[in-house]
Design a protein. Sequence first.
Length: 125
Amino acid sequence: MHELSIAHSIVSQAGQAAERAGAGRVTAVRIVVGALSGVSGDALLFSYDLATEGTLLAGSRLEIRNVPVVLHCATCDRDVELPDVQLFRCPVCATPSLDVRGGRELEIEALEVEDALPPLATSEP
Ligand SMILES: [Zn+2]
């Protein structure tokens, strides 16, 4: 399943970031998912629970922030958000545009972590 491999990749990236930050546990991961990323939020949430098992992220929450497609409209000379991904045209002046400026995002935006043991109590060399 596509979403399961995405979930594994999120877990691995978030786990590495948490380790670098010295976190003991990740309690939540917030990701940005663009309307054009082709990711199903429900499938991803389901896969996430599987992918986090036995990791620093076990039991954490996955928060998905959906972002719309953003097109650049040459007529309006600005970026506009598409209300509907079926129609690639400016919602203001109806000029067709394929100049996509946003909506393909699939990235970790924030981690919520719990601190590890106090530094003095760790046994690292
Ligand atoms: Zn326009």
